[in-house]
Design a binder for this molecule. Sequence first.
Ligand SMILES: Nc1ncnc2c1ncn2[C@@H]1O[C@H](COP(=O)(O)OP(=O)(O)OP(=O)(O)O)[C@@H](O)[C@H]1O
Length: 641
Amino acid sequence: MTTPENAPAVAAGKAAAPASAPVAAATHAPAPQTTPAPTPDTGALRSLLPVLGAHRLTVLRTCLAALVDQAALVALVTLAAHTVGTAVIGHRAPSAATVGVLIGLVLLRALATWREMDLSHDLAYRVLAELRVRVFDGLARSAPARIAGRRSGDLASTALGDVEALEFFYAHAIAQLLASGLVFAAAATLLGILGPWLLLAVVPVALLLLWSPLLEARGRAERGARTRAALADLSAESTEAVDGLRELLAAGALDRTRARLRSGGRRLARAQRAEQSWETGAGAARDLLVVAAVIGVVAAAAHAAGGGRLDGAWAPAAMALALGALAPVAESAAALGRAGSLRAAAARVRAAVDAPAGAPATAAPVPVPPGPLGLRLRGVRFGYGAAPVLDGLDLTVRPGETVALVGASGAGKTSCAHLLARYWDPQAGTVELVPGDPAHPVDLRDLTEEDLRAAVCVVGQEAPLFHGTLAENLRLAAPDATDRELAAAVRTCGLTPVVDALPRGLDTPVGERGATLSGGQRARVALARGLLGRPRVLVLDETTAHLDHRGDAELARALAADLRARTRTTLVIAHRPATVRRADRIAVLEGGRIVEEGTWSELARPGTAFGRLFSRTAGETPEGPRPEDAAAATADSAPPR
Ligand SMILES: Nc1ncnc2c1ncn2[C@@H]1O[C@H](COP(=O)(O)OP(=O)(O)OP(=O)(O)O)[C@@H](O)[C@H]1O
């Protein structure tokens, strides 16, 4: 199971990082963070090969086209050289049949090249499209465990850049290797028939060519890993800079950001340069080897022809045959080398594809009991690192009840909400839904994802909206919601004036992340979105923190008046006293467990943890709220229960 401790390491496909550190990485960290180049993973490319399984026929056709392409070339140059040799030595013009075969080979080669390119790219793009979805599935399955501590640009880099980099491997390397092996075997056999001694120049060079990528594999993998890491950092840095442009501008930090981008760009350029220089050098070395082999064949063939052991017309043909056989081997060696440098990309993709589920699916799901549902956390222990955030937490919210969960900042309230949404599983204890008959609770781990999402809805403070219309955003969790239901949710959440003021009402695009709405309006949309799914358990994590006191009170009134409120169970996480005061009961979280429970009047006494909390966090004594809270609470003439 993915635990908060191991998730980031699993995610990055690299050595484990301290689990508590990563949260800050998602923000606009002032200091540049660089992704360490992961250790090259020898099996990464191989492990992605099964993805080709669904495209066996295309793989076969691609290999066949590559084989015809390479064989046609070798046959063409060999026959052409033999024709020239015959013309020079035997003074015989080529026959019409020879010319016909030469023309046929040219056409066949052109056709095969086109077909091979077409098929291999079709195969590669289909495989990449599938891999992208698998990467997304892996990220979704393991979120937020996996994405905690990873920067969104880094994730985008995996989902797009790393997958894209593998195009070469799928489009060229595989078919190339297979075809060049077969063509070389055939050409070498022919050379052996012409004169076994010719093989002495060709076979050692072929072996050397194929051995060279293995020799330099480690170095290549390390250089490739450095490039992928630099690319991921630059992608993360750029994404964060664009996302936080306003904040950077306001903080006067644009120059520093520019400097960071420049330094990231230079780091990437250095890494790419190092790869490129090596590639160029290795290419030159391969060319030298091929030329040396061809010269060897020419010398041996000339010697044999002079000694009458070889028909002179075959001497140029032997040279062409050697060249034709070795050139694809050299290309395969280049492909193998390049594949080595793709191992880092493959490792990152594999880490995403194979990411363990943050909340593994159950093998034997149980149904959610009908009727109102309460919730219960029993003996829950949970933490992100060595130290637990929640330790032996017990909390029960009865069906239909509204409980306010309060605690100092960092006490673990949001962690409770995340356990209820099953973003994580507790390390000990259980999180349960409890029906009217408390003897038959169901553990969240025994529910299907679908049932859980239908029963429990967690609305956070920063629920982002998506690019699209307001209606599309509202229907996120309930795509089949009718216009009437939409209008009702809009009314309940006090969005009617907002919708009326929009140029196209509910069909108005809200901009990326809901940029055209205010924070309070976004919070209302998030709540309406949650209500449309008709959850039986609603968890509001500082959902109304962006609203003013009046808005908060209005929303509470509307929620209480909502027909389903009688059966809906609500856990409210809030700092605002007026919000807390409306709850039926208050639970105080301190030191990882619930230390006090009771109504406002029971707890609002000096000397209680609740009293200490509110005098500290709200500048208010528990005996009496501040004037504005008192006003809001009074205005709230219809407390929920
Ligand atoms: N993904 C995470 N990785 C590591 N540590 C985390 C993560 N999320 C929260 N924490 C830590 O867990 C502790 C509890 O955080 P949590 O968000 O649950 O507190 P909270 O009571 O909701 O705080 P607040 O009232 O400020 O929102 C904090 O110390 C926080 O730094």
